[in-house]
Design a protein around this ligand. Structure first.
Ligand code: ZN
Length: 410
């Protein structure tokens, strides 16, 4: 006979999500909880008090990341569960906070059932994941993994000229570098999908295999400005018409590469942008994302070949790479554990990729990591309409709990 599964308290999870939504609530039921603001401090203080009530010890590192640890009976690297408590401006009630509260609910369930884990369990709140107040995003996990330089990050300023370091001290969360996350048995990050796939396919659980690789370019097209009324069409070097041709070429060439490839021309600047003047310069960005780096490399070759396409109407085309990142693959064994847990609980599930960046992509270089997605209604996130059903939140945390139990039993 199958053993009864241990389940979380879904009502308690819902109440805590609602409670956290009050820290920085906006008019339309969203959240503005920028990193290291008063709202962030309130959420952090409340999170700390919840953890201390459970007998957990809470430490803070030099980037302001919080670690709440339930001791294990054996001295082993902890199982980490977490995400971030900060939000973008007018963001939603689920992005980030769900992954932290998943950890809280897992520990509460263990404590309810008087289960003393042999491996310590640590809930993590990574500082400034969003990068909405201080760029870049995933700042703290980037420093922890050695991707970003700490002293440079400390000097980053917000729009008001306040540095990250000042803000961190200001809310009382400048901790000790000794407390930094360095090792772990596993890192589990539950997050809303922020895309439409799970909802569209009526699937509750996404087992995330990787954060996709990407390349980002800036294309500069230079022509000549002339009078819009007196210059015959044949004698023009119109940078905008040239850019338009290039954009059409990009659409057709990248569009036929692979159906999972996504690419975006997110910024276009036209100069001098006067209605009586032929544009002499257009600058646009192009980014492309795919899990298969071979496809990303094909994209790079196509982009680098843009100057030679012969569609530039006599204009000069220059291509510059802004930045790129390789695909980060999560721990295959952890993917299997999440999948088995979802199956054993009877929840629909599928393997997927993350097109967006998350702390887990950096933490994966320190600790075997994995992510779990739950559906975003209409795919919406980073806006006040962001929504995930309570039922899916509960299912996701049940999978995290079951996976933690599987790790404890290994
Ligand atoms: Zn997030």
């Amino acid at each position: 006979m199958q053993k009864q599964k241990l389940l979380i308290n879904g009502e308690r999870l819902k109440q805590e999500l609602e409670r956290f939504a009050a820290f920085g609530r906006t008019e339309n039921n969203g959240v503005t909880r920028l990193a290291l603001t008063e709202e962030d401090r309130q959420a952090r203080d409340y999170f700390r008090s919840c953890c201390e009530e459970l007998g957990m010890s809470v430490t803070v590192d030099d980037m302001g990341c919080m670690y709440a640890t339930l001791e294990g009976t054996e001295n082993r690297p902890p199982i980490l569960i977490g995400s971030h408590l900060d939000s973008v401006k007018k963001g939603g009630r689920f992005d980030g906070v769900l992954g932290v509260l998943a950890g809280l609910e897992v520990v509460r369930t263990l404590v309810d059932h008087k289960i003393k884990p042999k491996i310590p369990i640590t809930i993590v709140n990574f500082t400034n994941e969003e990068g909405a107040r201080f760029e870049p995003s995933m700042m703290a996990s980037g420093v922890l993994s050695g991707k970003f330089d700490k002293s440079a990050m400390m000097q980053k300023k917000d729009a008001a000229g306040i540095t990250f370091e000042e803000a961190l001290k200001g809310i009382g969360y400048a901790g000790d570098a000794e407390n930094r996350l360095r090792k772990g048995t596993a890192y589990l990050e539950m997050h809303i999908e922020q895309g439409p796939i799970l909802e569209k396919e009526a699937t509750s659980i996404g087992v995330v295999e990787c954060v996709v690789g990407m390349a980002c370019y800036e294309v500069e097209v230079t022509g000549e400005s002339d009078h819009a009324g007196t210059t015959p069409m044949k004698m023009r070097k119109d940078a905008l018409f040239a850019a338009n041709n290039l954009i059409n070429e990009i659409r057709s060439r990248l569009g036929s590469l692979d159906e999972d490839l996504v690419f975006t021309i997110g910024r276009v600047n036209v100069y001098p942008s006067i209605h009586t003047v032929i544009p002499n310069k257009v600058i646009f960005t192009l980014e492309a994302r795919h899990k298969d780096m071979e496809i990303v490399n094909t994209v790079k070759n196509i982009i680098q070949g843009l100057p030679y396409l012969g569609v530039s109407e006599g204009c000069e085309v220059k291509v510059a790479k802004l930045w790129e990142r390789d695909t980060v693959w999560f721990e295959p064994e952890l993917c299997v554990l999440l999948e088995q847990s979802a199956k054993s609980l009877g929840y629909s599930n599928k393997r997927m990729v993350s097109g967006a960046g998350h702390d887990a992509q950096f933490i994966a270089s320190l600790v075997p990591s994995v992510m779990l997605f739950v559906p975003s209604i209409n795919g919406k996130s980073h806006c006040e309409e962001e929504l995930t059903t309570w039922e899916d939140c509960e299912k996701g945390v049940n999978v995290i709990l079951d996976t933690v139990l599987a790790l404890l039993n290994k």
